[in-house]
Design a protein around this ligand. Structure first.
Ligand SMILES: NC(=O)C1=CN([C@@H]2O[C@H](COP(=O)(O)OP(=O)(O)OC[C@H]3O[C@@H](n4cnc5c(N)ncnc54)[C@H](OP(=O)(O)O)[C@@H]3O)[C@@H](O)[C@H]2O)C=CC1
Ligand SMILES: O=C(O)C1=N[C@H](C(=O)O)C[C@H](O)C1
Length: 266
């Protein structure tokens, strides 16, 4: 399967190039960066610290998409929505790891999924997606009147969105287990005189600092006991391997919007 990495010079972009290079059945056929990037014209393999791959980083996505079977996209929401339209035009798979998308961005991605096979997830690792299944089960088993749910995340100092995509994915899993809508029951920020905790809400807290790849905990706090379900990502390679796996899964699958839990059968 011929894959394009967009945002090729980013932290995830370089990791994705290495993952594609290492995966049997996948090959890198294109690499894209934003217009004006100092990396345009460089060899993608050299940039990612592997051997030269004879793939030059381009700022013109359409001709690159035209010769590919899929695109791996860990960029920014404004770019991802544009790439979704191009992937739909080219009828290729679009694997979206970008987080921080607004409802309007998600609506554009859903529209593109009428023509493209899109896999979108706030976290492409097996561990987090298994954790989400466990959170759903725990939230279903424990009554909202007895157990409060809080999601805590910590990431590196460069991260620009909060709560993280993974925290929201875990919040959705908890809300699913409780059969409520997260949008109607979440507390994303607390500051000042907040009053007591409202029963049934799902709270979020975000920490930023250093080089933390991604730590997430879902805390189910009852009277006299706490259950803590956690995941610690130690290397971005696990997200990249998940994204390549999603692309191979999506190849020749019918158009639609899929999640990583679909890919992993969880
Ligand atoms: N779902 C998952 O499993 C994971 C998701 N992520 C998410 O992936 C995203 C990227 O993270 P990270 O790699 O750390 O961020 P980086 O900022 O390191 O990388 C983003 C890259 O995208 C580039 N870019 C921006 N606009 C465009 C454009 N229009 N066309 C092409 N490239 C563009 C940036 O270029 P420039 O810097 O020059 O602007 C940069 O090189 C985030 O949303 C993050 O939350 C991260 C890890 C795992
Ligand atoms: O920005 C990151 O780095 C990460 N982003 C994703 C998120 O928002 O959850 C996934 C991972 O935790 C790393």
């Amino acid at each position: 399967m011929g894959l394009v990495v967009v945002g090729a010079a980013g932290r995830m972009g370089r990791t994705l190039i290495r993952a594609v290079h290492e995966t049997p059945g996948a090959s890198l056929v294109g690499a894209v960066e934003r217009e004006g990037s100092p990396f345009i014209g460089q060899d993608a393999g050299m940039l990612a610290g592997v051997e030269p791959l004879d793939v030059t980083i381009s700022d013109d996505p359409l001709p690159v998409f035209a010769r590919a079977d899929g695109v791996l996209d860990f960029t920014v929401p404004s770019a991802t929505t544009v790439f979704a339209g191009y992937a739909a035009q080219a009828r290729i798979a679009h694997i979206i790891g970008t987080t921080g998308c607004s409802d309007a961005d998600d609506a554009k991605i859903a529209a593109a999924a009428r023509h493209a096979t899109i896999v979108k997830s706030g976290n492409m690792s097996l561990g987090v997606n298994l954790l989400a299944a466990l959170v759903e089960q725990a939230a279903k088993a424990l009554d909202a009147g007895d157990f409060d749910i809080e999601v805590l995340e910590m990431h590196h100092r460069h991260k620009v969105d909060a709560p993280s995509g993974t925290a929201l994915l875990l919040g959705e899993a908890a809300a699913g287990g409780r059969a409520v809508a997260l949008s109607q029951n979440s507390v994303r920020v607390r500051d000042g005189h907040t009053g007591p905790r409202e029963e049934g809400t799902i709270g979020f807290a975000s920490l930023r600092g250093g080089s933390v790849v991604g730590d997430h905990s879902v805390i189910l706090a009852g009277t006299g006991e706490r259950i803590v379900l956690s995941h610690h990502a130690e290397d971005r390679a696990l997200f990249a391997r998940g994204a390549v796996k999603a692309a191979l899964w999506a190849h020749d699958r019918k158009p639609g919007l899929y999640s990583m839990r679909d890919v992993l059968g969880l």
